[in-house]
Design a protein around this ligand. Structure first.
Ligand SMILES: *Cc1c(COP(=O)(O)O)cnc(C)c1O
Length: 881
């Protein structure tokens, strides 16, 4: 907070403190904290707390204080930065390092968000707005600094201020550590959605966990992925507000007792209790004063320190309980599209949902409305099945603690929850062993059994069904041990279920959830195609393109009204525009080439075609097919004369992505890519004609450099396996073309940009089963090109062929679950078509412009509006209005 306003509020509080009616001793900090916290203010505004005269005075002074905009001119900003450097960090300009400058500046940005934060809270409380609670175990936020400056419209001013301090703003931006509390697409989607909820003026919060170690840092050593902890909290985090006053008790273990005195007849006894505390990260929005919020939970550990044991010399014992609590939010499980199945993970999930549901109920109670209106004020979205226990938790609180009948409670639950499915991969579908859940969450297991019983009774009554049918749709899988099928619980407990692209929504209705369509009817199942925020993925990451769009549209309104980018199309034949479009791409490629030089030590020519595949490493995403294709290209080039080779389109093939730490084949694929890269990059015959690069530690800020620099990006999952994909959208918005399969959002991207603008190949989703069957029982002879690639591997040029043999085995024959050998020939043909088009630069530029201009559908603002209209039943409301 700025120096002078801070003094104002403190002095008015000091005056308030001496009024005789209010004899709170000055040494007690609590009331002060309550008065200035946004939370207390909300309670005051809602008329829910009895406050003394002291708060009336300070409250009106506070209202005056907060109604003043913090000055936005350069001189005032510079003074604010000095103030924070001096008062918050005890630094002066002569001993200010880049990190200090970043922190000092970041705090002044935060100050300038304060009014918006307060206005947003009081606005939505005053109109009793319905709130969206977006529950996600992952938020892949990335950096906040640049985004916040752009949202406030102060980037120019801050650039000047950093220069005055002796720093380049770009360098200060690099001081910020990514908040990498997610694995990949699912977590990044949650971050884009909170941004869009704020920008579209919805009352929406994200809820998640505050992992001490986020997604691991990936190092590449001798070609292998090595995982190092991501200590992202080592530096002060200016973007987060600790909320020690907002904490809840979360229980584990214990037993269930029959207690006729409670309405449900049960209580949960002898449980272990933890205090869980909130940390808020505000999400500033562009083009509106609404600010979103991500509330992350962490265990409170300090009061678990055992002083008696410490005094007795038992140091590990003294901290034992602290560590046990801390461990709960130590790490994000690094699994993408893979079920971890660990006891600690189940505890994380429950801790997350319990604190969140308690918080939602607490805030609901502040409105003073009856329970029957709960669903009119609260929407809860489950981002995949990870937060599904929330369904059982809300039901438990209503029947055990709020004395509600089962049916009344269940009505509230099912009207509030909605569920987003993200995958059909069997290894990713969450199941929990009944014995494990019974041990950790005995009451919830009982509730889930009851939910299942009533559900199956309902099914039996409404459709004449065989035992077989009932056991197929039962929430409890009758395996040994029994398992709780979390997706089924999520479907039964929600009023809407959605897939994340049209093809994916169609597939889940026809396959894994088809029996539920019979039970609940088709209307419960809807599609909401994913999207990405254009604030980060165009405006922030690609200033060159951004300037071209602004010039074309006439102002910056396209940033939150992205369909306006279609105006670019009107300039597709304008020579000057086309040249600038090309130059923007070249500049972005040069920026990436520099990044590659810095991170990998490899020199690449930015005039080459940049062919990029960056995403989690997974067999279904088929990075293996890509690198096998690279070997084919290498073989082909080797056979040519030097003159012929120089005539070929020069390519830089770029990979990046992390593998789950326990995923053997994915890690071997990383090593294999690096081994191939080593050979190709050092082959004198090849030179600049082909380079292969694996960029380490893929993360949001790396993506912001990589995405704007693609000529082609690859989205080549086996048809039917990639639910949507979102990086495909980011690349095309930035004028890159796609080489892809008929899968996920590729299908809708093709519809929007036109079939001529996309390179598509491969088998279709409905053919996959048959091809798998044939590979097993009626294999075709192996494609000659693929055989030649295997021969090269077996010759040992890339290192010990035995090491890579598992990759040979899983890319052909019965081991080829993802149909690499089936799609290989059509993949190479599509690659040839890419080369041919790149030689025809004018056609390439035309297609690139058409791509960039036709992506209006894929902004996450559209996704959020779809959710609001078809699932949440909620209206936007602008803070200023
Ligand atoms: C967008 C994004 C993803 C998702 O990529 P897909 O190719 O859609 O799987 C993963 N990681 C990061 C860092 C991203 O920005």
């Amino acid at each position: 907070m700025d120096r002078f306003p801070t003094q104002n509020i403190l002095s008015s509080l000091a005056t308030a403190r001496i009024t005789p009616e209010n004899e709170v001793p000055a040494s007690q900090p609590k009331p002060l904290k309550r008065v200035v916290s946004g939370f207390a203010l909300k309670e005051l505004l809602a008329g829910k707390t009895q406050q003394t005269k002291r708060s009336d005075v300070s409250n009106s002074e506070y209202a005056k204080f907060v109604s003043q905009e913090v000055p936005r001119d350069e001189v005032s900003i510079l003074n604010s930065v000095f103030s924070h450097l001096a008062y918050t960090f005890h630094k002066n300009p002569s001993n200010t390092e880049a990190m200090d400058a970043y922190n000092g500046i970041a705090f002044t940005i935060r100050d300038r968000l304060l009014k918006r934060l307060e206005d947003t809270d009081s606005h939505f409380i005053s109109i009793n707005a319905k709130r969206i609670n977006y529950m996600s175990m992952e938020f892949l936020i990335g950096r906040t600094f640049d985004n916040a400056m752009l949202a406030l419209g102060l980037r120019k001013e801050y650039s000047a201020v950093s220069n005055t301090l002796g720093f380049n703003l770009e360098d200060l931006i690099d001081e910020e550590r990514d908040a990498a509390l997610g694995n990949g697409g699912l977590g990044r989607l949650a971050a884009c959605f909170v941004d869009s909820m704020a920008c579209c003026n919805y009352n929406g919060w994200g809820y998640g966990l505050r992992y001490r170690y986020g997604m691991f840092q990936q190092q590449i050593i001798n070609g292998y992925q090595v995982e190092a902890p991501d200590c992202w909290m080592d530096n002060p985090n200016p973007w987060e507000f600790p909320r020690p006053e907002i904490s809840y008790k979360v229980k584990f273990y214990g037993n269930i007792a029959k207690t006729p005195s409670t309405s449900s007849g049960y209580t949960w006894e002898n449980a272990v209790e933890y205090d869980v505390m909130a940390f808020d990260t505000p999400v500033p929005a562009f083009g509106t004063k609404n600010v979103g919020n991500i509330r992350l939970w962490s265990c409170k550990t300090n009061d678990l320190f055992d002083l008696n044991r410490f005094n007795a010399g038992d140091y590990p014992g003294a901290t034992g309980n602290m560590v046990a609590a801390d461990i709960l939010t130590y790490v994000l499980y690094p699994n993408d599209n893979q079920n971890a199945g660990k006891e600690l993970r189940l505890k994380q999930e429950y801790m997350f949902v319990s604190a969140t549901i308690q918080d939602i109920i607490h805030r609901f109670k502040l409105t003073g409305k009856p329970w029957s209106e709960f669903h009119e004020l609260v929407a809860i979205q489950l981002n995949d099945t990870h937060p599904t226990l929330g369904i059982a938790e809300l039901q438990r609180i209503l029947v055990d603690e709020e004395a509600m009948s089962w049916d009344a409670a269940w009505d509230i639950v099912t009207k509030s929850f909605a569920f987003t499915n993200h995958t059909i991969l069997p290894e990713a579908l969450e199941k929990w062993p009944v014995p494990m859940m019974g041990k950790i969450l005995p009451r919830h297991l009982g509730i889930i059994f009851d939910i299942n019983l009533f559900f199956l009774q309902h099914v039996e009554k409404s459709i004449p069904s065989e035992r077989e049918f009932l056991s197929r749709i039962s929430i409890i899988e009758e395996s040994s041990p029994q398992q709780v099928r979390m997706a089924y619980l999520a479907i039964v407990g929600s009023h809407r279920v959605n897939g994340v692209a049209q093809i994916h929504s169609d597939i889940i209705k026809a396959t894994i959830f088809s029996e539920f369509v019979k039970v609940f009817g088709s209307d419960k199942f809807v599609n909401v195609t994913n999207g990405v925020t254009t604030r980060r993925w165009v405006n922030q990451c690609n200033p060159g393109l951004s300037a071209l769009i602004t010039e074309t549209v006439g102002d910056e309104s396209w940033v939150d009204d992205y369909p306006k980018a279609h105006l670019l199309e009107s300039r597709v034949n304008d020579e000057d525009f086309r040249k600038r479009w090309w130059d923007v791409k070249q500049a972005n490629k040069l920026r990436l080439a520099t990044y590659i030089k810095d991170t990998c030590g490899i020199t690449v020519n930015h005039d080459a075609l940049f062919d990029i595949q960056v995403k989690r490493i997974h067999e279904y995403k088929r990075q293996l097919m890509n690198i096998l294709g690279v070997i084919h290209r290498y073989n082909t080039l080797k056979k040519m004369t030097p003159e012929q080779r120089q005539d070929q389109v020069h390519r830089v093939i770029i990979f990046a992505g992390k593998s789950a730490s326990g995923y053997y084949i994915a890690k071997l694929i990383i090593k294999f890519i690096n081994s191939v890269a080593d050979v190709v990059n050092n082959d004198k015959d090849i030179g600049d004609v082909l380079k292969v690069v694996f960029i380490p530690d893929y993360c949001v800020s790396a993506a912001e450099v990589i995405v704007p620099a693609s000529d082609i990006s690859q989205h080549i999952s086996t048809a039917g396996t990639e639910a949507s994909g979102t990086s495909n959208m980011k690349f095309v918005m930035n004028g890159g073309l796609i080489l892809g399969t008929v899968d996920g959002a590729n299908v809708e991207i093709a519809e929007e940009v036109g079939d001529d603008q996309i390179f598509m190949f491969g088998v279709l989703a409905h053919e996959v089963d048959e091809f798998r069957f044939n590979l097993r029982y009626h294999p075709d002879p192996l494609d000659a090109n693929l055989q030649a690639v295997y021969d090269t591997i077996k010759s040992g040029v890339f290192g010990n062929p035995d090491e890579f043999n598992p990759l040979v085995e899983c890319s052909h024959g019965p081991g080829d679950n993802y149909l690499v050998s089936v799609d290989f020939a059509s993949y190479l043909m599509a690659q040839d078509a890419v080369d041919a088009l790149y030689k025809d630069r004018e056609s390439w530029i035309t297609k690139s412009i058409l791509c960039g201009s036709r992506m209006g559908k894929f902004t996450s603002d559209r996704s959020i509006t779809d959710y609001a209209e078809n699932i949440w039943n909620i209206e936007p409301s602008a803070v200023d209005a």
